[in-house]
Design a protein around this ligand. Sequence first.
Ligand code: R5P
Length: 297
Amino acid sequence: MKPLLISFPGSLPLAASLAAALPADTGVASLHRFPDGESRVRVGLPVSKRQVIVLADLLDPDRRFLPLHFLARTLREEGAAAIGLIAPYLPYLRQDHRFEPGEAESARLFAELLSRDFDWLATVDPHLHRIRNPEEVFAIPVAVTHAAPLMADWIKTQVAAPLIVGPDDESVQWVEAVAKRAGAPFVVLSKTRHGDHAVEIELLPEATPRDRTPVLVDDVISTGRTLIAAAARLREAGCPPPVCVAVHGVFAGDALAALAATGITQVATCNTIAHPTNVMDVSGLLAAAIAPLIDGY
Ligand code: R5P
């Protein structure tokens, strides 16, 4: 029997392409928010002995985790054979260290919560820093897929004579892979973050070509300040207006408007978080990544 894919809470646009790629039947769970802010979760069909895959949009996790927990526990109580979680965007990974005494190591604590509710997890380009492998903090199998091929192929078809630009050291992993597949040169800039909205990027290396279209590549656009600072440096150096390509478009607050105001010509993201900038579909990558996990049950 095919697994059952439930998109929750709310429907992520990639649910349909993912169900086709797996393939999976699609199931329904509903969420009602009571006026006092509490949630009522209902599973809409029999799940006994079925492999269930929950596709979850976990942007805004503080609000979305509790209904997801209720769903997972209910699926278990209703007899699901196995419950997997696809969280295309996995939040809380940046708080992966006790930076000050008494601070919560949220990455580990959040991983512990998800590990209690699900049998496996799949995600796209998790923001790993001090944690090298998600299974260091998750007690369940974690399938990770990478969007670099999608970003490279999009750039190849959409941008003439690109120069791939990484805004900081951490971006090397994406930038190298994207540049190699796109057959384009790349440069990596140096960043210092002073606060949530305060980001400084050093001057461009002398050798940076000025006659190619810069394509800023990053994993996450949150406040947008990283790419805004990088775009400003590129413009000051006489480069053409840049294009921005990212895996996860969080776009916190005024991020998108602020990016547009810097003269960036286009922002392109993957559909790991539903947003009008989505132009790359990760469903094929995710379906391939979770195949071994589904077979295991
Ligand atoms: C940094 O480590 C990440 O790769 C991104 O550059 C960062 O999270 C982007 O954040 P923001 O858009 O808030 O500058």
